[in-house]
Design a protein around this ligand. Structure first.
Ligand code: ZN
Length: 396
């Protein structure tokens, strides 16, 4: 998977130059200045409420923002302690760019009342990145068919809400990663057990919550008295990433463990009853409940997608097809891709369905003319891989 390759390349290039320092390593990443600013403005005052030993640990963390490269898959935030004892936090332009898009898609989905917009934008984004598309970012507003003028108006109207949400999410992510160092709990998803990973994630969350609470209690005016809203968003965003990776590659499902306990902690700590001026906490908590139930069943979202598909939602039919494909049930998967296609869905589903009907496809459904028609449709929809197919094999 590109994800791990990207991580190891990033670290390989950077590790020889690591020195112990408090702030962000200069890598030329687009987001390193905004991360530096966030450390100064938000994290440093919060860390004043950690113990002296924890502050000393935090001051030794080298923060590396991996610059965006179109051939790399999204690298989710990581805490690492090397065998030499160096402490590193890895962030990436690709993840931060995804986060911006996801937050905007979420706000837009609330505005237009189309609940699946954020989810479908996120999945399309990852699919395009995974196909090495050189220009993968489709703005949520573009995906929803808004004009440039309408997108600008929307962004102006929601800029405060966007900035506030992004602040909360990044503060929670940075505190969580520092929490791994403060608790001295790290893991390697390739070799460690899920118990080890869950224990490390839970301890990092607990540390972040505790230090934020101590800080918030001393503040007269604060964006949010708890870090729950930020964590809810961080968990939703990471869940989109892990559900994409786990249906795309069965072996990678352990790479981003989101234990159900992390989600339940948010649902149980009163976050859902708080009033949030920019978003509906009811809707946010409903989404988290869906995440919790799919994690509890460990079914990669199968039952949730099935229920939604049966209610006629085309996007859920496509996701159900992906889950089935991951389980090796290709004929069943293709029937869901076909249903989604007939229900009007255009996107990566079109490319999956084309694969179903290729003459050499293991499905045996061979229909070369239909496959070609689908490749043309996907190419028109902007999919680089389908465009390459059309250039090579297209007969029109
Ligand atoms: Zn973690």
């Amino acid at each position: 998977m590109k994800l791990l390759k990207a991580v190891s390349i990033g670290l390989l290039l950077l590790s020889p130059t690591f020195a112990i320092a408090q702030y962000v390593e200069s890598t030329g990443a687009a987001e390193e200045h905004s991360i530096s600013a966030l450390l100064d403005d938000a994290i440093t005052p919060i860390l004043a409420f950690a113990t002296e030993a924890e502050q000393a640990t935090a001051s030794r963390i080298k923060i590396v923002v991996v610059p965006f490269h179109p051939a790399d898959f999204v690298i989710s935030p990581l805490a690492i302690k090397t065998s030499q004892g160096e402490r590193v936090m890895v962030l990436s332009d690709a993840f931060l760019r995804f986060l911006d898009g996801y937050l905007e898609a979420y706000l837009l989905s609330e505005e237009v009342g189309k609940k699946i917009l954020a989810e479908s934008w996120a999945q399309r984004h990852f699919a395009q990145v995974s196909m090495l598309n050189q220009n993968p970012m489709q703005l949520p507003g573009q995906m929803f068919g808004l004009s440039d003028l309408e997108i600008n108006e929307f962004r102006e109207r929601t800029s405060d809400a966007f900035a506030g949400l992004k602040w909360m999410v990044l503060v929670d992510i940075l505190l969580h990663e520092i929490g791994h160092h403060a608790a001295e709990l790290f893991y390697n998803p390739e070799v460690d057990t899920s118990e080890t990973m869950i224990a490390a994630e839970t301890a990092a969350d607990a540390w972040a919550t505790e230090v934020f609470r101590a800080y918030a209690a001393s503040q007269a005016r604060i964006l949010d008295k708890s870090n729950s809203t930020g964590r809810a968003f961080a968990l939703l965003a990471l869940r989109e990433l892990s559900s994409f990776v786990s249906v795309a590659d069965v072996r990678s499902s352990r790479t981003h463990p989101t234990p159900v306990s992390r989600v339940m902690a948010i649902l149980n700590d009163g976050a859902c009853s708080t009033v949030q001026s920019t978003i509906s906490m009811d809707d946010l908590c409903k989404k988290l409940e869906e995440v919790a139930s799919s994690l509890e069943l460990d079914d990669r979202g199968f039952s949730t997608y099935l229920e939604r598909a049966q209610s006629g939602e085309a996007f859920a039919m496509y996701r159900l097809g992906q889950v089935l494909l991951g389980q090796g049930k290709s004929i069943e998967a293709c029937s869901y891709f076909q249903n989604a296609h007939e229900a009007g869905l255009v996107g990566w589903n079109t490319r999956f369905l084309a694969w179903c009907f290729e003459p050499e496809s293991p499905t045996g459904l061979s229909d070369p003319e239909f496959a070609e028609e689908l490749y043309y449709l996907a190419a028109d929809d902007g999919w680089a891989e389908a465009q390459a197919w059309v250039r090579k094999f297209g007969t029109r």
